[in-house]
Design a protein around this ligand. Structure first.
Ligand SMILES: Nc1ncnc2c1ncn2[C@@H]1O[C@H](COP(=O)(O)OP(=O)(O)OP(=O)(O)O)[C@@H](O)[C@H]1O
Ligand SMILES: [Mg+2]
Length: 262
């Protein structure tokens, strides 16, 4: 099984339901098969992975290798056909849809390629939306730390369309962090950004790992973005085919070429 190592100690993140030593994410022999009219598609064929709390992992692989399915199963957005997913020690197996959506709201933060901000709401209201949906009061000290960390504290009253792409992605990241989730899942977070802004967003993601003890799992096609992670997992045909610690853009690109382009 693939295990990530925690490289540094975080300070004060976590929601208290994740005792030391419990992985932020544990997947045991996860399979996901789709029944289509044309036959069965084996999107995941036995994924086993443990992400230590405070680790930063990138997932790469050719188109169709199962990256999004992997992320969706980790988040409880999709159910494995076989195997088990534990989030912060809690098994998702057998949970009702309601319980799963609550768990997602409280314990998973999402960052997407398209920032998915609500244009009618201010930056501040976008960031605190997950708390309002859950009826949870805002912890102002934490909220202040989050907006300062992502550098958006002087834009709280703006609307998303008054911000640059990079600023919008930073708001999305603040929204993902506001609940102190067990896991932040990012699906191509820099896919819509130019390289300068990508660098800023990746540095920010890395700093949430290092200074807030956050756990991040990120799908990317970009070797430079992947090099910010501590570990890169390479998916091929629904399996973890390889992994690389302490990646650089060069070592990632060299390894990717073995698995074909996207
Ligand atoms: N809802 C679905 N029904 C049927 N097949 C699906 C479904 N979702 C995904 N698949 C198939 O499962 C496989 C893995 O898909 P997935 O979306 O996880 O790939 P990916 O690695 O994210 O690719 P990309 O880089 O193009 O986003 C593909 O063959 C895809 O066609
Ligand atoms: Mg995908």
């Amino acid at each position: 099984m693939f295990r990530t190592k925690k490289k540094r100690h975080g300070t004060g993140s976590g929601n208290g339901s994740n005792p030391a030593g419990t992985p932020a994410l544990h997947m045991r022999d996860v399979h996901r098969t789709y029944d289509t009219g044309a036959g069965k598609v084996h999107a995941l064929r036995g994924i086993s992975v443990e992400l230590a709390k405070g680790s930063f992992t990138a997932v790469m692989g050719p188109s169709g290798s199962g990256k999004s399915t992997f992320l969706h199963c980790a988040a409880g957005l999709d159910r494995p056909t076989d195997g088990e997913v534990l989030l912060g020690g809690t098994s998702l197996a057998g949970m009702s849809q309601n319980a799963l959506s609550r768990l997602r709201r409280e314990r998973v933060g999402f960052v997407f390629q398209a920032y998915n901000l609500l244009s009618a709401l201010s930056v501040q209201d976008n960031i605190t939306m997950p708390l309002r949906l859950g009826g949870v009061p805002v912890d102002h000290e934490w909220a202040d730390r989050v907006v300062r960390q992502v550098g958006i504290h002087d834009r709280l009253d703006h609307r998303p369309n008054e911000l640059s792409g990079g600023q919008q992605q930073r708001v999305a990241l603040a929204r993902a962090l506001i609940t102190r989730p067990d896991l932040v899942l990012a699906d191509e977070p820099t896919g819509a950004l130019d390289s300068h802004t990508s660098t800023q967003v990746m540095e920010l993601l890395r700093s949430t790992v290092h200074s807030m003890g956050q756990t991040v799992l990120m799908v990317t096609h970009d070797p430079v973005a992947a090099s910010y992670a501590q570990t890169v997992l390479f998916l091929a045909d629904g399996l973890i085919a390889d992994s690389l610690d302490a990646p650089t853009p060069e070592t990632v690109a060299a390894r990717m070429s073995r698995f074909g382009s996207r």
